[in-house]
Design a protein around this ligand. Structure first.
Ligand SMILES: CC1=C(/C=C/C(C)=C\C=C\C(C)=C\C=C\C=C(C)\C=C\C=O)C(C)(C)CCC1
Ligand SMILES: [Fe+2]
Length: 465
C-alpha cells in the first residue's frame, strides 16, 4: 500500500512492439510505441497499456510491413518506381516515421504529448484512456524534420531544439503553455563537421539554453539508405570536434561556445548556473549520462544483443559526465565524471530529477545503473552529487526502466518523494515498483497480470489536474 498519498497517473512511453508477423526488427529504438499507465489512487494501483496509433503503426498493421523509415528499419522498395517514390518522399520528410515511441510529456495546459525525434511524431494522447487523440500540429513556420525528443516542459512553457541539416546548426525555439506555435529564439551555427551533432536531449538553466554539439552527427545520406549503417542515421566525426554552446533565453544571443572533450550522450540530467560570491554567473554546469565517447552503446542496444545475454559483461561503461562551461570567453570547457562511476556500477542512463530543481543547482539524480556482468542497465541508482555516492536497487535477473521521481505533495526537501519504475522480472513477469526517494528502499510493488515490454521515458499526471 502507498502511504504517500501521491495520487496520480504514471505514464511510460517506449518502443514495445518489435515484430510484424514473422519479421523481427533489429533495434530497440525501432519498436512501435506502447504507452503504459499506472494510476495510483488511495493506495491502490491500476495498470493499462495501449499502442499509439501513429500513421506508421497503422500502415504497418494494414500492410504487414514497415512503411515508414524507423531508427534502423526502413521500407523495402518492391520496385524501382517505389524506390524513386521513397526517395522523393524522403526529401519532403514524408517517409520518415511518426512512431512516437520515445518520450511522454504533460504540457503546461494539461495536454499529454508522446514524442519521437521527428517533428511529425508529436502525438496527443488521452492519459486516462490511452487513446491516440490527434497529431500535435505546430502552428508556426519554423518547420524542421527532426527535433529533440526531450523538450524542456514546465507549467508555463516548452523549449526545443531543431537541428538544421541543410545549413548545419540548431534553431532554439520556445512555446507558451496552451499554444501550438513555436517561437524562434535564436540560432546556433555548428562549429565542426558536415552536420549537426545528434540532439536527443539538451539542458537548460533558469536563464540559458545549452546546445550540445557532439561528434556523433546526423548523416542525411544515412537517412536515405536502404540498409542501416553501424551508426544508423549518424556518423562519427571525431575530427570535427565537440562543443557546448550557451544561448541566453531572453535575447537569443550566444554567450559562450567552447570546445570540450569528445562525448556521447543521449540524456542530459540537468544544468545550472555556477555563481561567484557576488552572485555573478561564472559558468554553466551541465550533467549528462555520458558513454565515454564510445558509440558502441548503439550496438549494445540491438535486439539481438539484448536478447542474447551470454553472461559476459558487455555493457559499455557510462558515467555522470559533468561539463563546466565558463562564461568568461575561455575557448575550452571541461568534462569530468561527477562521481566515481563504480558507485553506480559504471552504468548510467535513463535519468530523472526532482522537477522543482530543473535548471537549478541540485543534489540528487535517479537513473538506471549496472551490476555486472550485464548487457543492459539492470539496477536503479540514486546519485548524491554532493557526497559523490550512490544508493542502488537491484533484483537478480530483473530489468528496471527509468526511475521517475515524484515529489510528495507539499515536499520541501529535494528527495522527499518516491521513484517509480516498471520492472521486468527474471521470470518474465512485471510490476510497478515504488521506492522511497530518500532511502531508495522499496515501499511497494504492484504486480501486473503479465509481463510488459521495456520502455523508455515517463511523466506524472497529478490526480487533481
Ligand atoms: C534518432 C532518430 C530517430 C529515432 C529515434 C528514436 C526512435 C529513439 C531514440 C531513443 C534513444 C536515443 C533512447 C536512448 C536510450 C538509452 C538507453 C536505454 C541506454 C542504455 C545503456 O546505458 C528517427 C525518428 C528515426 C529520425 C531520425 C533520427
Ligand atoms: Fe530519451
Amino acid at each position: 500500500m502507498l502511504e504517500y498519498n501521491t495520487d496520480g497517473t504514471y505514464l511510460r512511453n517506449g518502443p514495445g512492439l518489435w515484430d510484424l508477423g514473422d519479421y523481427g526488427f533489429r533495434h530497440l529504438f525501432d519498436g512501435y510505441a506502447t504507452l503504459v499507465r499506472v494510476s495510483f489512487r488511495d493506495g491502490r494501483a491500476v495498470g493499462a497499456h495501449r499502442q499509439i496509433e501513429s500513421e506508421a503503426y497503422k500502415a504497418a498493421r494494414r500492410h504487414g510491413k514497415v512503411c515508414y523509415r524507423e531508427f534502423s528499419e526502413v521500407p523495402k522498395p518492391d520496385s524501382f518506381k517505389s524506390f524513386v517514390g521513397q526517395l522523393a518522399s524522403l526529401f519532403s520528410g514524408n517517409s520518415l516515421t511518426d512512431n512516437s515511441n520515445t518520450g511522454v510529456v504533460r504540457l503546461g495546459d494539461g495536454r499529454v504529448l508522446c514524442l519521437t525525434e521527428t517533428v511529425k511524431g508529436s502525438i496527443v494522447v488521452n492519459p486516462d484512456t490511452l487513446d491516440t487523440v490527434s497529431k500535435f500540429e505546430y502552428e508556426d513556420k519554423l518547420g524542421g524534420l527532426i527535433h529533440s525528443a526531450h523538450p524542456i516542459v514546465t507549467d508555463t512553457e516548452f523549449w526545443t531544439l531543431i537541428p538544421d541539416l541543410i545549413r548545419p546548426g540548431y534553431v532554439v525555439a520556445r512555446m507558451d503553455a496552451g499554444s501550438n506555435e513555436r517561437q524562434f529564439v535564436g540560432r546556433m551555427d555548428c562549429r565542426g563537421g558536415p552536420a549537426p551533432g545528434w540532439v536527443h536531449s539538451f539542458p537548460v538553466t533558469e536563464n540559458y539554453v545549452v546546445v550540445p554539439e557532439m561528434p556523433l552527427r546526423y548523416c542525411a545520406a544515412n537517412l536515405l539508405r536502404a540498409e542501416p549503417t553501424p551508426l544508423y542515421k549518424f556518423q562519427w566525426h571525431l575530427e570535427s570536434g565537440s562543443y557546448m554552446h550557451v544561448m541566453c533565453k531572453a535575447s537569443g544571443k550566444i554567450v559562450a561556445s567552447v570546445e570540450v572533450p569528445p562525448f556521447v550522450t543521449f540524456h542530459f540530467i540537468n544544468a545550472y548556473e555556477e555563481k561567484d560570491e557576488e552572485g555573478r554567473v561564472t559558468a554553466i554546469i551541465a550533467d549528462c549520462c555520458e558513454h565515454n565517447a564510445d558509440t558502441s552503446i548503439l550496438d549494445n542496444l540491438r535486439l539481438h544483443n539484448l536478447r542474447a545475454f551470454t553472461g559476459e559483461d558487455v555493457l559499455t561503461d557510462a558515467r555522470v559526465g559533468r561539463f563546466r562551461i565558463p562564461l568568461d570567453g575561455s575557448p575550452f570547457g571541461e568534462l569530468e565524471a561527477a562521481l566515481d562511476p563504480e558507485e553506480h556500477g559504471r552504468g548510467m542512463d535513463m535519468c530523472s530529477i526532482n522537477p522543482a530543481h530543473l535548471g537549478k543547482e541540485y543534489r540528487y539524480a535517479y537513473a538506471c545503473g549496472a551490476r555486472r556482468p550485464c548487457n543492459f542497465p539492470n539496477t536503479l541508482t540514486k546519485i548524491d552529487l554532493v557526497e559523490k555516492t550512490a544508493k542502488n536497487w537491484h533484483e537478480e535477473g530483473a530489468v528496471p526502466s527509468e526511475p521517475y521521481f515524484v515529489a510528495r505533495p507539499g515536499a520541501v526537501e529535494e528527495d522527499d518523494g518516491v521513484a517509480i519504475s516498471m520492472v521486468s522480472a527474471k521470470d518474465g513477469s512485471g510490476y510497478a515498483l515504488v521506492l522511497d526517494a530518500k532511502s531508495f528502499k522499496e515501499i511497494a510493488r504492484a504486480k501486473f497480470p503479465y509481463g510488459l515490454p521495456y520502455g523508455l521515458h515517463c511523466c506524472w499526471v497529478p490526480r487533481d489536474k
